[in-house]
Every structure is written in C-alpha cells, then in structure tokens.
Design a protein around this ligand. Structure first.
Ligand code: AP5
Length: 213
C-alpha cells in the first residue's frame, strides 16, 4: 500500500501518519522530519535546507527527490509506506511517478486533508514538538503534563522555528501556490480521496481507515 497524505501545514498529516504507521507497520516517510534530522546532525544538506525552512519556503526539488529515492529502497518499505509532506510540487509528483515505476510499484491513494485556514493557524501556533522522540503536543488540545517536558520520553518539548506566527503565513501561501495544484493533478489521475480534517483526531483516523481498508 503506497499512500500520499496531502494537505496544508498543520492539517494533521503527521499525527495521522504516525497512528497509521504504528497500526499497519508501513513506515511514515516525512520529508520534513528527514530534513530536520539533517539539521540536528549538522550535515551539509541540513545546513542548506535550514535556510529555506526557517523562511517557510520549500527546499529545492532535487534535494527531497533524492532523499525519497534512497528511502523507498530500504527493506522496511517493501510492504508499503506513507508519504507525509511529499510530493509538494508538480515536478516532485512527476519524479515520484518515475521512481515508483522504476521500482515496479504504484500509488494506491492520495488522501487530501481538507481544513479551514483559521484552524490551521490555531493548530500550528499552539503546536509543540519533542526534540528527542518527535511526539507532538498542542498547548490547548494536548498539553504536556509538565510544561516543556515530553510525557513519553522526558525530552525537551519546544516550538518549531517555522511555527512562528510570521513564518506560518508564508508557509500557507507557499502551499496555495506550489502544492495545491497537486489536488487537480491527482484528481485527474483518479487517485484523490477527500477527507474532513477538521474533525477530532479519532474521527479523522476512522475516515482514513475506511479509505485504506
Ligand atoms: P513539514 O515538516 O512537512 O511540515 P508541514 O507540511 O508544513 O506540515 P506540518 O508538520 O506543519 O503539519 P501536519 O499536517 O503534519 O500537522 P500535525 O499532525 O503536525 O515541512 C516543514 C518544511 O520542510 C517545509 O516548510 C519545507 O521547507 C520543508 N519540506 C518538507 N517537505 C518538503 C518537500 N517535499 N519539498 C520541499 N520542501 C519540503 O498537526 C499540527 C498540530 O495540530 C499538532 O499540534 C497536532 O497535535 C494538532 N492536531 C492534529 N490533528 C488534529 C485534529 N484532528 N484536531 C485538533 N488538533 C489536531
């Protein structure tokens, strides 16, 4: 099963990808997480990507395509995988098509997370993330028991630099201009499955389950 989770920043792609991944054992391939891992390891790729990410801009296509090409060839991707935050441009979607063809597989569904923009701003500005295990929190809907400390691993819980109010607006603009055209792209291919991402986490999980089973 090969899935794409498509939707604006803050629509809940990462939250749902983690849940589905642990239920089905399909790895979550998040280009955002891969880039952040490179940043924390201080790699050249990470240093280069950080300049774009801190401003809310997209990292160049060839960088993320290269990362995905390498990752999908790993053994754990054999039963299937969930693409979270990739592709984000039409050239990335075209490259993905070619990569999957090269490896003899094909996309099953593109799940579109539909959500209103005022809810996105609320979710992103209140999001907090554990620097150690990646667990996600929200200051209103899912606060940590102890402020700044991860309930799961005790790591420190921080606000992502790109969840700053000034950068959120830029990320939403970038989504509209560069990523939203993929809705039409995948709709024409008959792969798009629309889903209400405004609902509670458990109801969104249920909607996704009804698509992928
Ligand atoms: P990335 O890390 O992919 O970020 P994003 O797409 O902007 O998505 P987010 O992680 O912000 O949101 P999400 O939809 O996963 O929502 P989440 O589940 O966290 O990318 C970061 C940057 O990396 C990009 O800006 C770009 O620079 C670069 N990049 C990455 N991929 C790239 C690519 N392919 N090409 C080029 N550049 C790339 O939820 C958000 C909050 O809401 C959380 O607090 C959560 O607890 C809460 N929440 C979730 N679901 C619900 C719900 N149903 N109800 C209430 N609250 C909820």
């Amino acid at each position: 099963m090969i899935l794409i989770f498509l939707g604006p920043p803050g629509s809940g792609k990462g939250t749902q990808a983690k849940l589905l991944s642990s239920e089905k054992n399909w790895p979550q391939l998040s280009t955002g997480d891969m880039l952040r891992a490179n940043i924390s390891q201080g790699t050249n790729l990470g240093l280069e990507a950080k300049k774009f990410m801190d401003q809310g801009a997209l990292v160049p296509d060839e960088v993320v395509i290269g990362m995905i090409d390498k990752r999908i060839q790993e053994a754990d991707c054999k039963p299937g995988f969930i693409l979270d935050g990739f592709p984000r441009t039409v050239p990335q979607a075209e490259a993905l098509y070619a990569l999957l063809k090269k490896h003899g597989c094909k996309l099953d569904h593109v799940i579109l997370f539909q959500i209103q923009s005022n809810e996105l701003v609320k979710r992103l500005s209140g999001r907090r993330t554990c620097t150690k295990c990646g667990e996600m929190y929200h200051i209103e809907s899912r606060p940590t028991k102890v402020e700044g400390v991860c309930d799961k691993c005790g790591g420190s819980v921080i606000q992502r630099p790109d969840d700053d109010q000034a950068v959120i607006g830029k990320r939403l603009d970038v989504y509209e201009k560069q990523t939203a055209p993929l809705v039409d792209y995948y709709s024409k291919l008959g792969l798009l499955r629309e889903m209400n991402a405004m609902d509670e986490v458990k109801n969104v999980t249920r909607s996704i389950a009804s698509i992928v089973t």
